[in-house]
Structure formats: structure tokens, C-alpha cells
Ligand binder design. Structure first.
Ligand SMILES: *Cc1c(COP(=O)(O)O)cnc(C)c1O
Length: 389
């Protein structure tokens, strides 16, 4: 089976990292400062931790109301709730990012706003800037590393941006991320708060490497087939639980520095490869499916996304033919409901949330894989006449 994510991690790499577990390595600040020259950058262990500290840096009142799209990772909602703040749900449009018309209706009740560039699709930055006035804004770039809007990198448009290098992200290091602070008056607070976090010890790091190795086996071609044949329905429904906010905030695992150093020189090539893979699938099938993808001329594409009324049928069709598709954020409605979402708050979100499929375009795919995915998509289009919804 073609795995949904590329978590390959060789035994040799594990060994090299185990040997270096005592050497802390260094956060590659110079690299990020080159990418974001106007900003202060800080390393974080995950985007959710970054979101929490960014919100704290805003120094909002105790019952602050934070605008956020309900189609997002549950960890984002958990981070907002961890401070006792209330998420205010803003609808999404067909780009799966914040709907400016709904924002207009709700903006006056907000104390801060989270803007998510979902699946590398940039939010409507120009329009947002007109609407938000002086509202403090976090740019959630968990899907938007090395992507841009109007030739300017995403992560540079609002007060603070967060990036994640966790599982399922680009690059999928399994841990870590960065906070990009564009409004540098927030930097002294963040510098103090983040540098005081504890650093995981060698045992925790070894455990992290062990988990990473297990993931690498489970997400190999063989492991993924086995997992699916054993778990079937359970596997396709997974993810119902809300992602926990970590009980104890911490710095990233120090071995993540070494992981990042190893992948860094290849990042531009990996990003373009992922983009080329995505367009090999999108261009060949755009007449039969409703793909959602960024209109920029370059930049990484997080994964191939399409909307269909036949979501479950297409998912099963792909999986049965060996393609690790995903129903990304399929439980978003249930997650949001746990955090106070009421039916009718965001009609377009409710309509879209159970019609979305992601198809891998990661750099672990070969040309044969892409050809196979193309053929399977074509076959599905023949059986189920295209219904553009
Ligand atoms: C994964 C994800 C996050 C959280 O990232 P972590 O590093 O796992 O905390 C935040 N926002 C979005 C849109 C995500 O997909």
C-alpha cells in the first residue's frame, strides 16, 4: 500500500542519533532568520504549544474570545481552551480557509484571531488585513512551510506565526516547530517564557526515537497494508479523540536539531518535488474531480485535497486499491462541538467537513505510484459519474 505519510526513518539514522543523544545540537536559528529576516524566531516543541504562548503574549483578558475556523486540528482548540479562552467559530469558504464574510459578522466580538492556511491554501490575506483592524492575529502555518502568498512567504503577514514539524507535517520530523514573531514587541515575553521550559532528558529522547522507528515501520508500504487489513473500519474512522494539550510544556527533543540539520539542505528540492507530484495528480484528473489547491506559482503543496459527495466510496475505492488516502479532520465537527460549537454556526463548514479526501503527494512516491493513483482516480470517475458539489 502507498502510505499516507512518509515517515521513513532508517535503522542507520536511529543509530547515528542514539550516538549523538547527549550532544544537544543547535536550533538552526540562522536558517529561519534568513527565511524570515524581519522577525524574531523561537523553537517550539509543537504548534499547539506555540499557539498557547503566542496567545499569552497578547495579554488578553481572562475570558478572551478567539476567532478560529472549526475545520482545523483539535489541538488548536485544546490550546485555546488550555488558557480558559473561548473559541468563536468562523466559517470557511471553498479554499477551506476563513470566510471573510462570516468574519465581518463576528469580528467585533473577538479579542484575537487565528488564521489557518489550510493544506497550503493561503487565507485571503489582503481581505483579512482590511477587516481585522488592530486585532492581534496568529497565523497557523502548520500546513504552510515554504509556501507563499503574492510571492511573500506565509508566516510573515500577521503578528505571530506558528509552524509544526510534527507527524504528518512538512517536514515530518515527529516533533518541533517554530514561532515566527513579526510584531517584535511580543519577543521579550516569548523569549523569557520559552527559554524557561524544560529540556527532555536522554531517556525521553530515546523513547521518542523508538516511537519514530515504530511509526516508520507502520507507515512503510508493508506495515500500512498490514495495519489496514487488521483494523479496517477502525483505521478509517480513527482520530475521533481530541488531541491532548500536553500536560507539561517542554522544549523540543534535542535530537530534532540533528534531524532538521539532516533534512535542511534537501528542503527546497523536497518542496518542489511534492508540488510536482501534486500537480501530476491534479492536472490529469481536474475534469473529473473538484480539487482544492493553492493558486500560487511555487511553494510546497501539503497534500492533494478534493471535495466529493462520494467521499466514503472514493476513500474505500482508493484504500482497496492500495492508496493511503485520508479523511483529513473527518471528526472536526465532533471536535468543535466539544469546544462549544453549535449546529448552524458555520454552514459551509458543516457542508464541507464530510466531503473531503486527501491523497498523498509526498516525496516517498515513485513515478509508478503517481501513475497508479492516476489510473485509480480515472477508474473511480468512470464508475461514479462526477458530481461537482
Ligand atoms: C497539526 C496541526 C496543528 C498542531 O501541530 P502540533 O505541532 O501537532 O501541535 C495545528 N494546526 C493545524 C492546522 C494542524 O494540522
Amino acid at each position: 500500500m502507498i502510505p499516507r505519510f512518509d515517515y521513513s526513518f532508517s535503522a542507520g539514522a536511529v543509530w547515528q542519533l542514539l550516538k549523538r543523544i547527549q550532544s544537544r545540537g543547535r536550533f538552526d536559528k540562522p536558517y529561519f532568520t534568513t527565511l524570515f529576516p524581519q522577525a524574531d524566531v523561537f523553537e517550539i516543541s509543537s504548534a499547539r504549544v506555540g499557539i498557547k504562548y503566542a496567545l499569552q503574549a497578547f495579554q488578553l483578558n481572562d475570558h478572551a474570545r478567539i476567532g478560529v475556523q472549526p475545520f482545523t486540528c483539535s489541538s488548536v482548540l485544546a490550546a485555546i481552551a488550555s488558557l480558559g479562552y473561548t473559541p468563536v467559530f468562523i466559517d470557511i469558504d471553498r479554499s477551506l480557509t476563513i470566510d471573510c464574510a462570516d468574519l465581518v459578522r463576528k469580528v467585533d466580538s473577538l479579542d484575537a484571531l487565528l488564521v489557518t492556511h489550510m493544506f497550503s491554501n493561503p487565507a485571503d490575506v489582503r481581505q483579512l488585513r482590511k477587516l481585522v483592524g488592530r486585532l492581534p492575529i496568529i497565523e497557523d502555518c502548520a500546513h504552510a512551510f515554504l509556501t507563499s502568498y503574492d510571492s511573500q512567504p506565509l508566516g510573515t503577514f500577521f503578528d505571530i506565526a506558528v509552524f509544526s514539524f510534527g507527524h504528518g507535517k512538512f517536514p515530518a520530523l515527529g516533533d518541533g516547530g517554530v514561532l515566527v514573531v513579526n510584531t517584535t514587541t511580543y519577543s521579550p515575553f516569548l523569549s523569557r517564557a520559552l527559554s524557561n521550559l524544560p529540556s527532555p532528558n536522554a531517556l525521553k529522547q530515546t523513547w521518542f526515537l523508538a516511537k519514530k522507528s515504530v511509526y516508520s515501520v507502520l507507515y512503510s508500504r508493508f506495515g500500512y497494508s498490514l495495519l489496514y487489513s487488521l483494523l479496517k473500519k477502525k483505521w478509517s474512522d480513527k482520530g475521533l479523540q481530541v488531541s491532548r494539550y500536553p500536560a507539561k510544556d517542554r522544549l523540543p527533543y534535542a535530537v530534532v536539531h540533528h534531524l532538521f540539520d539532516a533534512v535542511r539542505p534537501a528542503l527546497p528540492a523536497l518542496a518542489s518535488q511534492q508540488r510536482r507530484n501534486a500537480f501530476q495528480l491534479i492536472n490529469r484528473n481536474r475534469h473529473s474531480f473538484d480539487f482544492i489547491y493553492p493558486r500560487s506559482d511555487d511553494g510546497c503543496i501539503f497534500s492533494v485535497v478534493l471535495i466529493t459527495r462520494h467521499r466514503d466510496a472514493l476513500y474505500d475505492f482508493l484504500i482497496e486499491r492500495g492508496i493511503g488516502a485520508g479523511k483529513h479532520f473527518q471528526h472536526a465537527l465532533s471536535w468543535a462541538t466539544t469546544f462549544g460549537y453549535s449546529h448552524g454556526d458555520c454552514p459551509s463548514f458543516e457542508y464541507l467537513q464530510d466531503k473531503l479526501i486527501t491523497i498523498p503527494c509526498h516525496t516517498g512516491l515513485t513515478d509508478q505510484d503517481l501513475e497508479k493513483i492516476n489510473l485509480v482516480l480515472r477508474d473511480f470517475a468512470l464508475v461514479a459519474p462526477p458530481v461537482i458539489c
